[in-house]
Write a protein of this length. Sequence first.
Length: 88
Amino acid sequence: MPPDTDLPTSEWVAAVTAEILSPRLALFEPGTQRDDDLKKAAQEWKTDCRVAVSITYAREFLEYEIKETERLNAMIVKQTRHCAELKT
């Protein structure tokens, strides 16, 4: 309920909402320094996230490559032993 005012409740709510939000919205209007800072921070965060994902993906890929190399090396050793046994 609005305090002792002559405004109906809906108008009072609209006035209070406008009073609370208007200074905050003005900070982020296009072309203001605050808006530019926010866009720059968002872009930096987006770039950081991409780098983190790339690092994670690269780590997983390198671990896969190491495992495959070890597996292939083990197969080469096994085949080499088999050939040596056949020759003797």
